[in-house]
Design a protein around this ligand. Structure first.
Ligand code: SAM
Length: 215
């Protein structure tokens, strides 16, 4: 998609993402394709491709571009996966995932955010994203198992329902820690075995729900 932000988007990919070591071609092409400026308020558009998270409605955030790319690359998508996202927020991360997987299921607990994200998915004709309002710490059991699961809010532990709904083989990425700082954890399930590895320190908004923090 060519638009007035194409150059800003290409620079974002070069200077913030490739320069920091993200190299997966699929992730890079999705980041270069998705019009990030459409996922923020009009007044914020000129800052949409900056090297930082930005506020969205309801006190939530759209993650820094580099973090979106880093988490996307960690899922090692090849194109035929079913992906679950917990924390739709602006819808940007789901949009990036939708370019390089078969289907994205995304769950958000705040209705105004979900409604806005759905409108953008429709306007971009990203028809392989399905979104629902719910507590995403419970997953979305009807559509599982998922080849990849991404949680874009920080919780005290990896929610058990998400581990259960992860396919074998499968990869799950989630920030785990306290409400100030978390470790980005990558859980892999292979031949029934579960391995968890810490990737980086991050700071996300709270994952609120039955297997997260209390509201
Ligand atoms: N992925 C988003 C994006 O691309 O804009 C960023 C998400 S923002 C950092 C975290 C989101 O997780 C917020 O919108 C918040 O409402 C949502 N959230 C927190 N707990 C949740 C839960 N249990 N289920 C679903 N969404 C949740």
């Amino acid at each position: 998609m060519i638009d007035r932000y194409t150059t800003a988007r290409e620079r974002m990919v070069q200077e913030q993402i490739i320069a920091r070591g993200v190299s997966d071609p699929r992730t890079l092409s999705a980041m270069a394709e998705v019009p990030r400026h459409l996922f923020v308020d009009d007044a914020m558009r000129v800052r949409a491709y900056g090297d930082y998270p930005l506020p969205i409605a309801s006190g939530q955030t759209i993650s820094q571009p580099y973090i979106v790319a880093y988490m996307t690359q960690a899922l090692a998508l090849k194109g035929d996966e079913r992906v679950l996202e917990v924390g739709t927020g602006s819808g940007y991360q789901a949009a990036v995932l939708s370019r390089i997987s078969q289907q994205v299921f995304t769950v958000e607990r705040i209705n105004t955010l979900l409604a806005a994200a759905r409108r953008i998915f429709d306007s971009l004709r990203y028809f392989n994203i399905v979104a629902k309002l719910d507590d995403g710490t419970l997953g979305w059991p009807e559509n599982g198992p998922y080849d990849a699961i991404i949680v874009t809010a920080g919780g005290p532990e990896i929610p058990e329902p998400l581990i259960e709904q992860l396919a074998d083989p499968g990869r799950l990425i989630i920030p785990v820690g306290d409400q100030n700082v978390q470790e980005l954890q990558l859980l892999t399930k292979i031949d029934g075995e579960i391995r968890v590895e810490n990737l980086a320190s991050v700071r996300f908004v709270d994952l609120i729900g039955e297997h997260g923090w209390r509201a």
